[in-house]
Design a protein around this ligand. Structure first.
Ligand SMILES: [Zn+2]
Length: 371
């Protein structure tokens, strides 16, 4: 099939950027805004490659990468009814079964396949899962990786990053200080900043979650998708994925997206209430460390993804997060606290449902990570 050029644009100033971008953000120094597809991808089911495993079955629907992508078998995760013996309309998309135990493998795999230049070292800043994923895929690609991690990040996640041979840089001062350290190093030559926050390829790879759900439900969209939202790559990518199906008329309506945060750190809720000032939000600690991000740089794009699907921002108090984690384990799903947010949000979504509505909750990270 002829490869169409794929183009990006800056969300703030519309600056056009060719794929793959040379840096993860708008190249205009005065702007530095987030990049997104110039036009939404139009889904075409005839381009699915069933012979390829996992998310690569959609490779012709994604921006072009090499003919033989580096992979560890990411994507293709099961969609299961929450309650196996009831006629139930709640499904679990079990992203914990990705190679490093989280959905981030999709983004990391995709980014590693966009790097041009043999000797480039890959870097990212992460509170854990994105770093572990990038470390694994850099190892798979034979590349050196350096991950900037807040000093207080969970030990299990730090161990996982080290285990894959990446250089772990512990940064004092929280998540945002880790991001600043990575951005400083990104200016050096021979560095590829595989930012799971900024690089548009990361969220673009998350479209495959939407496409898989659509196929697994028998080529239809659920009425709701519930997911944890920290920096928003899953949220934005899932919306783009369903939007591409809608543009091609495979679905009539977009699912409503419920973005879930911990009640102790819920900047997106503040943003939805016009109560958020960039850089000034402070949260308190939460067991849901994956979404403990008080000032997500792409918060406006995140809020747009919720608003444009008539979705909801839902916040969960700490005891309910742990209770949800326990209840999921009692059903056989061992997830980390962040992933339990999706399940904990179910009672908040149920009053909004019509009879026969289908709900998909995305379980984002494995319980072993927090063990
Ligand atoms: Zn710009």
């Amino acid at each position: 099939m002829p490869v169409k050029p794929f183009r990006l644009r800056c969300r703030l100033c519309n600056q056009p950027v060719d794929w793959p971008p040379q840096q993860p953000r708008c190249p205009r120094p005065v702007c530095r805004g987030p990049l997104q597809p110039k036009r939404n991808i139009v889904f075409d089911a005839t381009l699915i490659e069933p012979a390829l495993t996992g998310m690569w079955r959609y490779r012709h629907l994604l921006p072009p990468v090499s003919d033989t992508p580096i992979s560890l078998g990411e994507g293709g995760t099961p969609l299961l009814p929450l309650l196996p013996r009831e006629n139930c309309l709640v499904y679990v998309k079990n992203e914990t079964l990705n190679p490093t135990g989280s959905f981030k493998d999709r983004g990391a795999a995709f980014l590693v396949n966009t790097i041009q230049g043999e000797d480039k070292i890959v870097i990212d800043d992460s509170s854990g899962n994105a770093g572990a994923a990038l470390a694994a895929y850099a190892a798979r690609a034979g590349r050196q990786a350096r991950i900037f991690v807040p000093a207080e990040a969970p030990e299990g996640k730090k161990r996982q990053i080290r285990r894959f041979g990446a250089e772990l840089m512990l940064v004092a001062g929280g998540r945002e200080a880790a991001a600043q350290a990575a951005e400083a190093m990104a200016r050096e030559p021979n560095v590829f900043y595989a930012s799971h926050v900024w690089h548009p390829g990361y969220a673009l790879a998350m479209q495959t979650v939407a496409w898989e759900i659509w196929e697994q439900l028998g080529r239809r969209a659920p009425e709701w998708v519930i997911l944890p939202a920290g920096n928003g790559s899953l949220l934005r990518g899932v919306r783009w994925g369903f939007r591409s199906l809608q543009k091609a008329k495979y679905i009539q309506q977009l699912p409503r997206l419920a973005a879930v945060q911990a009640a102790t750190c819920a900047p997106l809720l503040a943003r939805s209430q016009n109560n958020y000032r960039a850089g000034n939000f402070t949260g308190s600690p939460t067991v849901a460390d994956g979404v403990a991000i008080p000032n997500p740089p792409l918060i406006d794009a995140m809020w747009a993804a919720v608003r444009k699907t008539n979705g909801r921002v839902i916040t969960i108090p700490e005891p309910e997060i742990l209770q949800a984690q326990t209840e999921l384990a009692q059903r056989g799903f061992w997830v980390e606290p962040t992933a339990a947010l999706s399940y904990a949000a179910l009672p908040h979504v149920k009053p909004l449902l019509s009879p026969n509505d289908t709900v998909v909750i995305i379980l984002t990270g494995h319980g072993l990570k927090a063990a």
